[in-house]
Design a protein around this ligand. Structure first.
Ligand SMILES: Nc1ncnc2c1ncn2[C@@H]1O[C@H](COP(=O)(O)OP(=O)(O)O)[C@@H](O)[C@H]1O
Ligand SMILES: [Mg+2]
Length: 420
């Protein structure tokens, strides 16, 4: 073809396409090839095995990971038709019939999207997802995506097994603790009873040194008994075997009694202890023994950690969302608790500072038990304290246990205004 037969305008009007339709085609072809290799490289780089098929299930394309996951050599991939390949895959799975049925089901329903799990005979587990392959709005095939989730599954199963073991061990621990505590109490009570008798006897015979020693034996025994009782309570709560025995009782009597029981702990100290309550603080429907136990723990803590000043037990009615609550606050002017230490207060066995609390004894279980007892009755305990200035512990209980929604931590965000 002579040069003069080309359209005379071609060169000037289509400057970027200089070279004519042949060259243009070649450039487009080259561009297409470049895009295809980019797509292929991207496709081959992903960690999921992907294959795309037409509506009849004939494989159009797959990535390298797909071949790897299913142990298909490139030669096999080239040579096989779709039916043979499907058989090849099905042979590797635990449930070949189910595998084929699912594939057939999805091809029968071009719109369908599905995610399921395929277990292989060699122990691997693939998550398979399948969705329609669209060109514009038309569905022209189906894309299959396989992700190897074997490790994930194994880790999840191991975690679950570990959790089950830990839970079983925890239950066993609580049961053993409950049984052992119970068995320990019986002989200990005998030791306490007999040492009291012997102490009296020894005193009568005029042996003051021996009597003082026996008094120490009894003191140690009482401490041990308190410790065992706390352990028993905690293990019962943790094993879910602590029951409530609800009754209605007047608050005033309980407050007076708790303070009277605490008074001897302050003998020889310059501490003023009193009840502050409205003339008639009303009644509470709760477990009387447990409320008493909580108040005595708070009061004995206050007595332990206050060397001068005042300790008060205050009662105040509260209303929230139409529900009646009672706030019982034990306030002291003792050593106080730092904000950092306050965070661990209700954790079993945690005592703020073993060096300062050691002279005071205790087990570090009282507050943990107290909080759980309050929570069982639908309430909670809060602390406010400033080191060196004192502490206040507030027990919040529904006026009628069981009438308010169960609380837990939600109480602290519930917009209560504590008295004070
Ligand atoms: N009113 C208080 N003032 C200062 N510290 C307190 C007070 N109440 C509790 N604590 C601190 O919290 C710790 C835990 O108290 P508790 O759970 O009752 O256990 P325990 O009385 O057996 O030590 C105490 O050892 C003490 O360090
Ligand atoms: Mg205590």
């Amino acid at each position: 073809m002579g040069k003069d037969r080309e359209p005379p305008t071609a060169g000037a009007a289509d400057a970027p396409d200089a070279g004519g339709p042949q060259a243009r085609l070649a450039r487009l072809e080259e561009e297409r090839a470049r895009y295809l290799s980019l797509l292929r490289a991207t496709f081959d780089a992903i960690d999921e095995g992907v294959s795309a098929a037409d509506l009849d299930g004939n494989i159009l394309h797959h990535n390298r990971r797909f071949l790897e996951m299913w142990s298909i050599t490139p030669e096999i991939a080239e040579a096989e038709d779709s039916a043979t390949r499907r058989t090849y895959l099905a042979r590797q799975v635990v449930d070949p019939e189910g595998f084929r049925a699912r594939i057939a089901e999805l091809y029968a329903n071009p719109e369908a999207e599905a995610v399921d799990v395929v277990e292989l005979k060699d122990g691997r587990v693939f998550q398979r997802s399948s969705r329609p392959y669209r060109v514009g709005t038309a569905i022209v095939g189906r894309v299959w995506c396989y992700r190897d989730v074997t490790e994930q599954r194994r880790a999840a199963a191991a975690l679950e097994a570990a959790r089950d073991t830990a839970e079983a061990a925890n239950r066993a621990k609580s049961t053993i603790l409950a049984n052992v505590s119970h068995e320990l109490r019986t002989p200990l009570n005998a030791i306490l009873g007999y040492s009291e008798m012997v102490e009296e006897e020894v005193r009568l015979q005029g042996l003051p040194n021996a009597a003082a020693d026996l008094e120490k034996v009894r003191g140690a025994g009482r401490h041990l008994l308190a410790l065992i009782n706390d352990l028993l309570d905690l293990s019962k709560i943790e094993a879910g075997r602590m029951d409530l025995s609800l009754e209605t009782f007047p608050l005033a009597g309980l407050l007076e009694e708790a303070v009277a029981t605490t008074r001897p702990l302050l003998a020889g100290k310059d501490v003023f202890l009193d009840v502050w309550a409205p003339p008639d603080p009303g009644e509470l429907h709760a477990d009387l023994r447990k409320v008493r136990q909580v108040l005595l723990n708070l009061l004995s803590n206050a007595a332990k950690f206050t060397s001068e000043g005042t300790i008060t037990l205050e009662a105040a009615p509260l209303l929230r969302d139409g529900e009646e609550w009672v706030a019982l606050t034990v306030r002291d002017t003792g050593i106080g608790i730092s904000p950092d230490q306050q965070r661990h207060l209700f954790v079993p066995f945690s005592q703020v500072d073993s060096s300062t609390t050691r002279p005071h004894g205790g087990t570090g279980l009282g507050l943990a038990i107290s909080r759980r007892l309050c929570q069982m009755m639908g309430g909670d305990i809060f602390v406010e304290s400033e080191p060196g200035r004192g502490s206040s512990f507030t027990v919040l209980l529904p006026r009628v246990a069981g009438s308010a929604p169960p609380s837990g931590s939600s109480l602290s965000e519930g917009g209560f205004r504590l008295p004070g």
